[in-house]
Structure formats: structure tokens, C-alpha cells
Design a binder for this molecule. Sequence first.
Ligand SMILES: C[S@@+](CC[C@H](N)C(=O)[O-])C[C@H]1O[C@@H](n2cnc3c(N)ncnc32)[C@H](O)[C@@H]1O
Length: 260
Amino acid sequence: MVEDDLVPASIGFARNRQKSHFVKEPELRKYSFWGLEILTKVTPDIFPPSCCASFIVGNITIFPGEKVVDVGTGSGILAIFAAKKGGIVSATDTSADAIAVAEKNAVLNNVKLSLHKGKYFAGVNEKFDVIIANLPQEIVPNSYLKSVGSKLSKTIDGGKLGNKHVLKFLELAKNHLHKDTRIFLPVYTATDYASTIRKILFHYNARLVAFENISTKEFVPENETFFRSLNERGKTRIFKKGKNWVANVYLFELTPKNRD
Ligand SMILES: C[S@@+](CC[C@H](N)C(=O)[O-])C[C@H]1O[C@@H](n2cnc3c(N)ncnc32)[C@H](O)[C@@H]1O
């Protein structure tokens, strides 16, 4: 059932757009991945799926019956995809709004998700076959954080170097691994990606599954001098393609070290 407070569906991901990433009105979006349709309600108080979610979905493998957790689920899009592939799926998010929307989206898509409000692995104590985490991973200027307000800030702000949540996640994930667990983690070069990759390689075996250029969010062109200086100091890798600023996103599949 589609609720009637929703404006007409927008289909697919708008690439290279520089308008606000967040929505002003509730929207219903329809995505198609590998022939699987996903309906996603998004509301003004949550993080709407971006092209990073599409990139992740396009490159991960989930097998029927696998136990999956989606950390930082937002609208639930990655969790719903995993459930449609036959996974038994849990998902967490710090935002009560996101959990409520993901719950509705699970119903819209006729899948079952076990949802938990809280940080990282809150409420899920077990080990998983697959862990997916598209956590906030951006260096966001204070002016932008103020303009979107504290709720939305928490959905994108990765701290001063953009990778604080990912670094924490890499530590905590170790408590949820068995020897064959696969972690799918995007690493975004508009952050201190070198430190992230260093930590990944210290703790895990890593396989680069895919990489892509994606447009930065609107606050990058709006704060060009600041981002140019980060780039020049070697902290980030962003570059201009035509009129747009873009960054790379690398999708890694991590497995535990010492698997024998
Ligand atoms: C970039 S959005 C991604 C949402 C969704 N996974 C997707 O791909 O569209 C990050 C999400 O992580 C949530 N979040 C932020 N910090 C978190 C934390 N410490 N633990 C769990 N979720 C967190 C935010 O509320 C937000 O919904």
C-alpha cells in the first residue's frame, strides 16, 4: 500500500546534481536493481538514498539464508535489497525517524527486517555472514551542518576528517565476525581515505570489489576553497569533471585475518 501523503514517484538516482541532497516533501522512489524493484519512501528528516547506495547494491553479493546486518540503514534501502535476495536481515540506525521510515519501507516491499535504534551494532549481539555499512562519511562545513539542522547533520557528518564513524565501525565489527564473514564497506575519497584504508589493511583482508566516480554533495562547490586546501594537503582526493566536483568511492569486501 502506498500512502497518499507522498508526492509522485521519482525514478532512479539523479546523478551529478548539485541541488540539496535532502528532500523537502515526502517522496516515494522506485528503484530497480538486477530486476528487483524496491519502493522507498523518503521523508525530509532522513537521509534519502544516494548514488552510493546504488553503487553498493550493484556490487554486493547476498545468498539466500545468509544473516545480514545493515549498519546505518537510513531509508532501509540496502537492508531491503538484502532481504529481497533472501537474507535474514537486521538493521540499525541512530535516528528514530530513519527506523520508522525503514519499518514502513519494509512493509511496502513485503520483506521482514529486524530494526534496532542505536549506534553501530546496537541491539544485535550475534555474528553475521554479511555486514553492510554505508555510514556518514563526509567532511561537512559547519555552515552546511547549521543550515540543515542537527537531525540531518547526524546523517552525513563524518567528523573533521570524514571517517570517524567508519574507523569506529571497523573496530566494533570485529565482535560480529565468524571466519567467513564478508563486510561490504564503501570508502569515499572526499574524506581522509588513506587513514581509513590503513586501518582496513591492519585489521582485515581486503578485496577491492568496485570503484566509481560520484558527484560530491552540494556543499563541496559551495566551499570550494576549503575543499581545495584539503586536497592540496593530500587529505582528500576530489577533482573536477566538467563543471562538477567528483570523488572516488571504493567498495571493499573485508574478511577476517587469520581465518584458519
Ligand atoms: C549516509 S546515510 C546512509 C543510509 C543508507 N544506508 C543508504 O545507503 O542510503 C547514514 C545513516 O547512518 C545513520 N547513522 C549515523 N551515525 C550512526 C551510528 N553511529 N550508528 C548507526 N547509524 C548511524 C544515519 O542516521 C543515517 O541514516
